[in-house]
Design a protein around this ligand. Structure first.
Ligand code: MF3
Ligand code: CO
Ligand code: CO
Length: 268
């Protein structure tokens, strides 16, 4: 395993790429409405990246070993889709929950972030799952400081999700990021405190828990990308890219529209 420690130059470039990724979400937020298709949202994001930001969408044609090339600029995962939903002709309707995951490349550096949206009025369950998943991401981020262990992040996330009767998806994880989309270390969203690699200043990685309302089991669709809950329960995900500082963390994927950090009732 090779974990890169970023230089001040790298960090400056990552601040820009990550802010731009977040600004794509700011741009698309008012357009997430009943009747629009996920394909239209993807096209609008893609045009914004290319024409306004002069960024490159990292997902387009991304092809990890064993996968077909990813066909779109963004991932949009609706309702029981956990992650890697391929935008298409699906029209959003009142009550749908969706994750829009944006990764842009700017001057060779990758910024990766996602947010949840609820179309119109969501069910109590949908609102609660989206909120608890947001708290999970933040509880994980708050573990980040030099000397802590990666297992501390996973444990904080798993504990909060399971305290609410939800489950943590284990097949996908956060990741180191910089001039490479997915690099070491893997950031598991479950685990035990004090285990795993020690966190060091200059590391940059994502925290992106996928939390299911029901069981954690997954099913991959025939398109080889779309991942759904096996039991068809709702799933939610939020993602930030985070820098480890000398004293803690700096969230890099911030922009004018970034939702506030939650006030979390600590469970005993
Ligand atoms: N943005 C996703 C992540 O958070 C990765 C998407 S890969 C794609 O790591 F090919 F599906 F776009
Ligand atoms: Co990511
Ligand atoms: Co992402």
């Amino acid at each position: 395993m090779t974990i890169t420690i970023k230089t001040e130059h790298d960090i400056a470039k990552m601040r820009v790429a990550c802010r731009l990724a977040s600004e794509v979400l700011d741009y698309i937020t008012p357009l997430v409405k009943p009747g629009i298709t996920t394909g239209e949202l993807d096209r609008l994001c893609h045009e914004y990246m290319i024409n306004e930001q002069h960024t490159v969408p990292a997902p387009l044609n991304y092809q990890p070993p064993g996968y077909p090339p990813y066909p779109k600029a963004t991932c949009i995962s609706v309702n029981d889709v956990i992650c890697h939903g391929i935008p298409g002709d699906k029209q959003l309707k009142n009550g749908d929950t969706l994750n829009i995951d944006i990764t842009v490349i700017k001057e060779g550096y990758f910024g990766d972030t996602s947010r949840m949206f609820i179309v119109g009025e969501g069910s109590i369950l949908a609102k609660r799952l989206v909120q608890v998943t947001y708290e999970c991401m933040w509880l994980g981020i708050e573990q980040v400081q030099p000397g802590a262990h990666l297992g501390d992040i996973g444990h904080a996330i798993q504990r909060h999700a399971e305290a609410h009767g939800y489950s943590v998806v284990r097949e996908y994880c956060g990741h180191g990021i910089g001039t490479v989309f997915h690099e070491d270390p893997q950031i598991l969203h479950y685990g035990r405190p004090g285990t795993g690699v020690q966190i060091q200043p200059g590391m940059i990685f994502t925290v992106e828990p996928m939390i299911n309302a029901g069981r954690r089991d997954i099913r991959t669709m025939p398109d080889q990308w779309t991942v759904k809950t096996r039991d068809r329960s709702l799933s939610a995900q939020w993602e930030h890219t985070v820098l480890v500082t000398q004293t803690g963390y700096e969230v890099l994927t911030v922009s004018a529209g970034t939702p506030a950090k939650p006030t979390i009732a600590v469970t005993a």
